[in-house]
Design a protein around this ligand. Structure first.
Ligand code: BTN
Length: 269
């Protein structure tokens, strides 16, 4: 049986993890992203982590809801404060943060549970063709105009979402591993991975090519829903910012947002 999460348990669990500066445990809240964005606007330091055992208004990309029964999952958000770009340099793509976090989840699953997790552009974590988690990256500015990035990570852990009323096939870490998963240990492994990859990013090593190699989407026939337009083609790679490159006959389209579906049966959204 796993030990329960609590404020003290989180503090102990993450005490010696670099990057983590402050932790807040909430038994139930609206959305950890919303709480952390408010804290960030009020000056919370980089490395603040907010975790909830239940969300009443959990959000995913494209305004979708993120739903998980209380106490079954990992639902948390992390705050990054990117340095101001040097004069004339472009702003960092917020997708860089999605990349380091999704690679860290993949690595933790391989190391602790020996299960392969696939990544779907731009933010889905899948096992086979079933979604087991997602990442919601939001960029904003504080009162001084300084940019901050909140990354929310939702992972189905110890419940079976395969029969849930979602419009995509879903699974969980426990389903994939075949046994219950200690949420605290998994959280720690993910956050350690993020800390390490973020240090690399700050040191000038972008994660984009490793992320591209990990994306199941590349090489697949895809259909992209954009406002007022539907594109079909082959996903051939990503550019330096993480935008998806889709070859449609003669053209290559650069996709920065939108709903991308791999054109096979029984695939996650
Ligand atoms: C997606 O699949 O579109 C992203 C899902 C992200 C869900 C997480 S749960 C913790 C954080 N708080 C939220 O409201 N959303 C993210």
């Amino acid at each position: 049986m796993e030990s329960e999460l609590s404020q003290q348990a989180l503090v102990n669990l993450l005490a010696d993890v670099p990057f983590v500066s402050r932790v807040l445990y909430l038994r139930s809240t609206t959305s950890t992203n919303d709480i952390l964005k408010r804290m960030a606007a009020d000056g919370a330091p980089e490395g603040t982590l907010v975790l909830a055992d239940e969300q009443t208004a959990g959000r995913g990309r494209l305004n979708r809801r993120w739903v998980a029964p209380a106490g079954t999952s990992l639902l948390f958000s992390l705050l990054f404060r990117p340095p101001k770009p040097s004069h004339g340099a472009p702003h960092e793509s917020p997708l860089q943060y999605t990349m380091i976090c999704s690679l860290a989840v993949r690595d933790a699953a391989a190391r602790l549970l020996e299960i392969p997790i696939g990544l779907k552009w731009p933010n889905d974590l899948v096992h086979g063709s079933r979604k087991l988690g997602g990442i919601l990256t939001e960029i904003s500015t504080d009162a001084e105009g300084a940019p901050f990035v909140v990354v929310g990570i939702g992972l189905n852990v110890n419940w079976d979402p395969s029969a849930a009323d979602f419009d995509y096939p879903a699974t969980s870490l426990a389903n994939a591993a075949g046994h219950p998963v200690e949420r605290g240990a998994f959280l720690r492994a993910v956050v350690e991975g993020i800390a390490c990859r973020y240090a690399e990013l700050r040191a000038g090593k972008p994660p984009v090519r490793e992320w591209e190699a990990a994306l199941d989407t590349i090489g697949q026939d895809v259909m992209v829903e954009l406002p007022g337009e539907r594109i079909t083609g082959v996903a051939v790679g990503v550019d330096a910012d993480g935008a998806l490159l889709v070859r449609t006959g003669e053209d290559t389209r650069r996709i920065v947002a939108g709903d991308v579906r791999v054109r096979t049966r029984d695939s996650a959204p």
